[in-house]
Design a protein. Structure first.
Length: 116
């Protein structure tokens, strides 16, 4: 994958973990899809929008950076204060922590999804 800028905002991502949505768009579950969203609830939280087989990067290469979104208007401080409110609530790590608290034992994010 080459790192290049494109005028239309499409093209390879340059962020860490960007290979996953690009690979899914080329060879995986998103192949042959006109428009899809790739959700990555890992230690953080991100999405990638795939349109016509290409990952939408955005003007500042942060189109999928949703972890810093606020949960609501009362959810301050936010990203400007070094917090990632949405990421802290529904990232893979947060889901595992919440599942562990509900079940009374340590569970992984995968187990939370399996039990859902």
């Amino acid at each position: 994958m080459t790192a290049r800028a494109t005028a239309d905002g499409y093209g390879p991502l340059r962020a860490v973990g960007a290979a996953s949505p690009s690979a899914e768009a080329r060879w995986g579950a998103l192949a042959d899809s006109e428009c899809r969203i790739f959700l990555n609830p890992g230690t953080g939280l991100s999405v990638a929008t795939v349109i016509g087989g290409r990952v939408l990067r955005g003007a500042h290469r942060a189109a999928g950076g949703i972890g810093s979104q606020l949960l609501g208007t009362a959810d301050l401080p936010g990203a400007g204060d070094g917090r990632a409110p949405l990421e802290g609530h529904i990232s893979g790590r947060a889901l595992a922590d919440r599942g562990s608290a509900l079940l009374g034992r340590r569970v992984s994010t995968a187990e939370v999804f399996e039990r859902a």
